[in-house]
Write a protein that binds this ligand. Structure first.
Ligand code: PHE
Length: 361
């Protein structure tokens, strides 16, 4: 059964590429979720991704306590294509048209393959876009905030496992040194953590060296003996094959959609590995953007809300332990409770405009 409110698939009239927008839920408020511009063997794979990622955004918002819903946009680039500037512009205009047609039910933002400059282009067509550059009135790049929230999450895991959030000497494996992963690795290095890192792009090795981090291949790193594995790359890395190879106490990172199937959460629990759901760890970016742009929070307040991820994760791990369930089940339960309280369903007409003060739990 389709569990989403609406899914639009339209072949862009300028680019000829399929633009997929999945709006999972607007029960808590207008949906938000980034634009992923990525390579897929087939557009149907992009559709699968969009559906899963959009549902993840609904959970992300609900657990973060934001009055927003979840959605996602994916543009499937055929494997091997590199977009030149003109083609990229055409794609962004095509995406903007689809978003504009949704009339405020969904606003986009950056995700894998896109950033503030792309949001600026979309903003020429529709106001329903987050993270345009500051000069244009947006809140800018979300990745440093996602990284900060993920740092807060890792600290909470540290406190849960070792009784202290301090990360000095803690062995951490960061998977992926993209926009978020690189920021996060820097933050963790600054906390004195002992880092092992990887990226599918061997060119990233220079970054590892600059951080004093050990480098491993993407396959090897999963079996690294560390305290916490921190996924910050593309999804579905936790599978029935990879989980038995893990030699860590916990996995907590901002990469979206880390589990190949929901059952992997229990498999990890049986292996005595704490898995903190990605949609909890990775909320910082969207929390910051929504707080700054919709709720008009100042920089201090927005930062405080991002850092609140530490408490959210701490509470979640405590609740999971108390109730004898996985942290994933505890997070799902929190999300479900908040969605039920809002009474699912599609709201009248959502607006992308300043909203009343909210408290982020
Ligand atoms: N890429 C962000 C995420 O997955 C999505 C996002 C960031 C959306 C900022 C809007 C604003 O959470």
């Amino acid at each position: 059964m389709l569990d989403h409110e609406q899914v639009v698939i339209r072949v862009g009239r300028r680019s000829g590429l399929p633009v997929i927008v999945a709006v999972h839920s607007t029960a808590l408020g207008p949906a938000a979720g980034g634009l992923r511009l990525w390579h897929y063997p087939d557009w149907r794979d992009a559709l699968t991704d969009a559906l899963r990622l959009a549902a993840g955004m609904t959970r992300k918002m609900a657990v973060a306590g934001l009055p927003s819903g979840g959605g996602k946009t994916v543009v499937a680039l055929p494997e091997g294509t590199r977009l030149g500037l003109d083609r990229r512009h055409a794609v962004l205009r095509d995406v903007a048209d689809v978003i504009a047609s949704l009339d405020g039910a969904y606003a986009t933002g950056p995700d894998v393959g896109t950033g503030p400059a792309d949001m600026a282009v979309i903003g020429e067509t529709t106001p329903h876009v987050f993270c345009r550059p500051a000069e244009l009135g947006g809140s800018g790049d979300s990745s440093p905030h996602t990284a900060l929230g993920a740092l807060a999450a890792v600290r909470a895991v540290g406190r849960h496992l070792y009784g202290t959030p301090a990360l000095g000497g803690r062995r951490l494996a960061v998977i992926g040194l993209g926009r978020v992963g690189e920021h996060l690795a820097r933050l963790l290095a600054a906390e004195g953590a002992e880092l092992t890192v990887t990226d599918t792009d061997p060119g990233r090795r220079a970054t590892a060296d600059a951080l004093g981090a050990a480098w491993r291949g993407p396959e090897e790193i999963l079996a690294e003996e560390v305290d916490i594995v921190v996924p910050a790359a593309l999804g579905s890395l936790l599978t029935e094959e990879s989980v038995p190879r893990l030699r860590c106490r916990a996995v907590a990172g901002p990469a979206n959609d880390q589990l190949a199937t929901a059952a992997i959460a229990e498999l990890m629990q049986r292996q005595n590995i704490v898995w903190v759901p990605d949609f909890v760890v990775g909320a910082g970016g969207v929390v910051h953007a929504v707080s700054a742009e919709l709720h008009r929070a100042g920089p201090e307040e927005a930062r405080a809300r991002v850092l609140a991820v530490e408490r959210t994760v701490g509470d979640l791990l405590a609740a999971a332990e108390r109730d004898g369930v996985t942290p994933a089940a505890a997070a799902e339960e929190t999300a479900r409770r908040r969605l039920d309280a809002a009474g699912h369903g599609i709201r009248p007409k959502p607006v992308h405009a300043p909203q009343p003060e909210v408290t982020v739990r």
